[in-house]
Write a protein that binds this ligand. Structure first.
Ligand code: AMP
Ligand code: MG
Length: 353
C-alpha cells in the first residue's frame, strides 16, 4: 500500500471514528451516554456500545465481536490473497470449484439472492467495474471510455456464479466463476453479514443490551439505558460531515445501514464518482447522496441500501414493498437535497430541528 493510500485511509478512519461516536451517542446526554470501544477492521471503523452501568460487559462484548469480524475478514477480504474470495477470483474460468467455509457459503448465497431480487442492480461480481473506475488496483485520473466500460460490463454477471451449497460429494459447499477475468466483490454485503454473525454470538453468550456498528452497518439489542425505549441511531447528513438529518430508534434486534456517496469516491477529470456502480450502465451512480435502510437484520439493511442506491426511488419502492419489515430513506444529491422516505421510514424518523 502506498503512503498516500495509508494516510488517506487513516484520515478517513479518524473522521469515521468521530462520526461513529456521534451515531452511538445520538440523543444522549453525557451522563446517559453508552460506553463504547472502537477499533479499525475490514477497512473501516468498528464500534461496540453497552449501557452506562453495564461497563463490565464491554470487554467481553468487544472480544466476541472483534474475533468474529477478524474471522470473516480472513475469509471474505479481496485484499488478502489467501481469502476464499481471492482463491475463487484467481480460479475464475478455470473450471475449478473452490470449497467454501461457512461464512463464504452463507454470504455468497445471500448475495446471489439479493442480485436476483433486485434484477441485477446488486451484483456481487462487480469487481471488474470497481477496478476499471480506479477503486481497486491502479489509480486513474481520467474516466474510462465507453468501449472499456462495455468490455468490463461483459465480465460482470451474477448469473455466472456457480454456487453449490448442498455438496460436492464430500458434503462441502463449493463455488466458481464461469468466465476468466470475472471477480467477486462482497463490499456491499460482507459488513452487514459480519454484524449479524457477531449479534448471534453475543445473544448465544447471554448478552442482551448492546449495539454493534461496523462502518455504518448497525444492529442493536435491548436498550442503551433504563429510561430509553431502544437504541437511537443518527442518520448522517451527507452534506455536512458531523451533521445529522435526524434519528430513528431501533426495535429489538433491528438493523440499519447507510450507503453514501461521500465516504469512498474517486475524482476523475475534476468529477467525483461514488463507489457504488450501476451494473446495467457500468457507470458509478450519480444523483444520489445517501440511502438509509432499516431492516430486520443488518445484512438485509446492507444489501438493500446498496441496491436502493442503484435503483433510486421509483424502482426501489417497488422492491421495498416486497421486503417485509424494511424501510428506506433516499437523500438526493442536489441543492437543496430532497429527503424521500418510504411511508414506514417516515413514521420512524425524527428530523433534526
Ligand atoms: P455499501 O457501502 O454497503 O453500499 O457497499 C458499497 C460497496 O459495494 C462498494 O465499495 C463495492 O465494494 C460494492 N459495490 C459497488 N457497486 C455495487 C453493486 N451494484 N452491487 C453490489 N456491490 C456493489
Ligand atoms: Mg451495502
Amino acid at each position: 500500500m502506498s503512503y498516500s493510500k495509508v494516510s488517506c485511509q487513516r484520515r478517513r478512519s479518524i473522521r469515521m471514528v468521530a462520526w461513529c461516536l456521534v451515531l452511538a451517542l445520538a440523543g444522549c446526554t453525557r451522563r446517559q451516554a453508552p460506553v463504547t470501544r472502537q477499533w479499525l477492521c475490514m477497512g473501516t471503523v468498528a464500534v461496540v456500545s453497552t449501557p452506562r452501568g453495564q461497563e463490565a460487559h464491554l470487554p467481553r462484548v468487544h472480544a466476541i465481536v472483534s474475533e468474529t469480524f477478524a474471522e470473516i475478514e480472513q475469509n471474505l477480504s479481496i485484499f488478502r490473497p489467501d481469502s476464499t474470495l481471492s482463491v475463487i477470483n484467481t480460479a475464475a474460468g478455470s473450471g475449478t470449484s473452490v470449497p467454501l467455509g461457512v461464512h463464504a457459503a452463507a454470504t455468497l448465497a445471500l448475495a446471489y439472492d439479493a442480485a436476483a431480487a433486485g434484477h441485477g442492480a446488486f451484483d456481487p461480481t462487480i469487481g471488474p467495474l470497481m477496478t476499471l473506475w480506479g477503486f481497486r488496483g491502479t489509480p486513474r485520473t481520467q474516466p474510462p471510455d465507453e468501449a472499456e466500460v462495455t468490455a468490463a460490463r461483459a465480465r460482470v454477471d451474477w448469473q455466472a456464479i456457480r454456487l453449490d451449497t448442498s455438496s460436492n460429494g464430500n458434503g462441502m459447499p463449493v463455488a466458481s466463476l464461469e468466465r476468466t477475468d470475472m471477480a467477486l466483490d462482497l463490499g456491499g454485503i460482507a459488513k452487514g453479514y459480519a454484524v449479524d454473525c457477531a449479534f448471534d454470538r453475543l445473544r448465544a453468550a447471554g448478552e442482551s443490551d448492546f449495539l454493534i456498528n461496523l462502518g455504518g452497518n448497525i444492529r442493536g439489542h435491548g436498550r442503551p439505558g433504563p429510561a430509553r425505549a431502544g437504541w437511537r441511531i443518527g442518520v448522517r447528513d451527507p452534506f455536512h460531515h458531523d451533521g445529522m438529518l435526524g434519528t430513528v430508534t431501533l426495535a429489538d434486534g433491528e438493523g440499519v445501514a447507510t450507503s453514501g456517496n461521500y465516504e469512498r469516491f474517486v475524482e476523475l477529470a475534476g468529477i467525483r464518482y461514488a463507489h457504488i456502480i450501476d451494473p446495467r450502465s457500468g457507470h458509478p451512480v450519480r444523483g444520489m447522496a445517501g440511502v438509509t435502510v432499516i431492516a430486520p437484520t443488518a445484512v438485509q439493511a446492507d444489501v438493500l441500501s446498496t441496491t436502493l442506491f442503484v435503483l433510486g426511488t421509483e424502482e426501489g419502492s417497488r422492491l421495498l414493498e416486497h421486503s417485509s419489515g424494511c424501510h428506506a430513506l433516499w437523500v438526493t444529491d442536489e441543492t437543496p437535497p430532497r429527503l424521500l422516505p418510504s411511508p414506514g421510514f417516515a413514521t420512524r424518523f425524527v428530523p433534526s430541528p
